[in-house]
Design a protein around this ligand. Structure first.
Ligand SMILES: Nc1ncnc2c1ncn2[C@@H]1O[C@H](COP(=O)(O)OP(=O)(O)O)[C@@H](O)[C@H]1O
Ligand SMILES: [Mg+2]
Length: 162
């Protein structure tokens, strides 16, 4: 069981800014890495993903991969794969969309990763987003490879305090 850190935002703008932090961090990682997003409709997955894209250096708006399943971006020779697994029904379909090759090759955002938990890469941050109230979102952060202290530093001012 990995340790857990909690981040919290109080507005869509804060979630976007948190995403930008994560996107910069993701781009700097020198190995393949995924940010896995779990949360119901309206949790803020799209808000966060757009911030991640901006922090990564993507110009313009990122479109939702709900129908494409995966959108590919390239910045300074680095690839960012944005997956949405919502519409996949069978784990075998992941092979058809190149999920394993792509996540082992580059950086990725994986929405609805909880549909196929066994298929997810180990090199990842797992963010489970909870809606606390109209404007408050809590991000339960775990990782098979990062320590709690590292996840606290990464969250910066968004680390939740009682
Ligand atoms: N702290 C917050 N973070 C993110 N979104 C928020 C927050 N507070 C309110 N919202 C609202 O919640 C909704 C999140 O939508 P979206 O990012 O599309 O969610 P998802 O992609 O998970 O379905 C938006 O309407 C946004 O304005
Ligand atoms: Mg969405």
């Amino acid at each position: 069981m990995s340790e857990q850190v909690i981040w919290q935002t109080q507005s869509p703008e804060e979630t976007h800014l948190l995403g930008e932090r994560l996107g910069q961090w993701l781009k700097e990682q020198d190995q393949p890495m995924a940010i896995i997003l779990i949360g119901n409709l309206g949790a803020g997955k799209t808000q966060l993903s757009q911030g991640i894209g901006q922090g990564f250096g993507i110009q313009g708006t990122m479109t939702s991969p709900t129908f494409a399943i995966v959108n590919t971006y390239e910045v300074d020779g680095q690839f960012l794969y944005h997956f949405d697994l919502y519409r996949l029904e069978e784990e075998e379909e992941l092979e058809n969309i190149g999920f394993y090759e792509l996540t082992e090759r580059g950086k990725s955002i994986i929405e609805w990763g909880n549909k196929f938990p066994k298929a997810l890469p180990e090199e990842a941050l797992v963010l489970t987003i909870e809606i606390m109230d109209e404007k408050t979102r809590r991000f339960m952060v775990t990782s098979p490879i990062f320590k709690m202290d590292e996840l606290k530093v990464l969250g910066g001012s968004y680390v939740y305090r009682h």
